[in-house]
Design a protein around this ligand. Sequence first.
Ligand SMILES: [Zn+2]
Length: 442
Amino acid sequence: MSANEYWDKQIETLSRAELEKLQLESLKEIVNFAYHNAPHYKRAFDAAKVSPEDIHTLADIAKFPFVDKQTERETQGIGSFLGEMCAVPETDVVFVSASSGSTGVPTLSPFTKTDFDEWQDVESRLFYMAGMRNTDRYVHALNFTLFVGGPDVIGAQNLGALCIWAGTVPSERLLFILKEFKPTIIWTTPSYAWYLGETAKKSGIDPAKDLSINKIIVAGEAGGSIEATRNAIETLWGAQLFDFYGISDIFGACAGMCEAKDGLHIVEDHILVETVDLKTGEPISDGKQGELVLTTLRKHARPMIRFRTGDIGYIDRNTCSCRRTHSRIYITGRKDDMFIVSGVNIFPSDVEYVIRGLDGITGEYIIRVSDKNFSAQYAVEVEKQHGSSESDEALAARISNALKTRIGVKPCNVTVLADGALPRATHKAKRLIDERKLNFSI
Ligand SMILES: [Zn+2]
């Protein structure tokens, strides 16, 4: 592999021992900084009877209390505009993004100038890892309004790509941009990549032949890491798909796929990643599935010490075939979206894996979770592909069996609808409808 395979070869291929040494130095510094500058951390560490001096190894992070979205909401606006998790004066803050706030008050994520510049260098690294070069034309089709993903375009620009700041324009307008300017790379959500490709086809444009997109970056939903979904989008567009993982409380993207497409490399010089048990919060070993907990190692405006992401996944710390030493994370679902049927944990992504892998259906689906006799059950709605001669009953039975094989539990019902009957998601798709009256939260 030649030297220009990496954006920052020195840091990306650092030996594990050196990388962990660097992480430990950064961790000690940031925990100390948070304790002495952010009122929340002072109070929380004192209450848990821990202090920055208790960190001798990376594993010592487990002694410290968690923060989550709720902590952000409760401390925002207290004492100062940016609240008690903020560790710098407002005069040092140059940028804030706001979370989408789908489940409450939007929270602000502040950056100092250094935080912002380092974040964009991380974005350059991830773009480069996905194959972007200065010869590419790049369309940034993410929301620019308050959303942390908006400024990520600067990372592509710093890399030298020709950047088109499209934002979330209507699909006809975006297709016009794709046709006229012939960009090679686009970033959007998996749902929208699928929707846009289908929309193009309906207007007589074959995305694989008539457009010049050869790489699609996706984030915001599980689809990019579900092989069947990835293959379907890649075939539709005649392009390679790379999944990125972002968290609005930290960076637009903090992990991304390399050409091996085997998990997402997380930028470990900036972020310490742990997995913990969903219920007890106890650390669990690498390779085992749990909730991902992230600690920012370099962000000073609002350090995140043990942030519970609500994302479920596992970690592989072995060196990748691309020779990068930074861990790969595998996201398997959102804690909020998981439901339990007959003792089996089911993620919508499991259902999607099956639906997108079967022929005779469009790939669109809705999952309805309900309760009956004090237990949860799930039903699935799908669309039969236009022109299919298979009976609805035969198709429903085939889907039901495929779900049983993959997940272990049959759906209580499979409803077969006509092609086009389900709403097309233009951005973040809401495919799980929870109709339970009982609280099954974990
Ligand atoms: Zn790799």
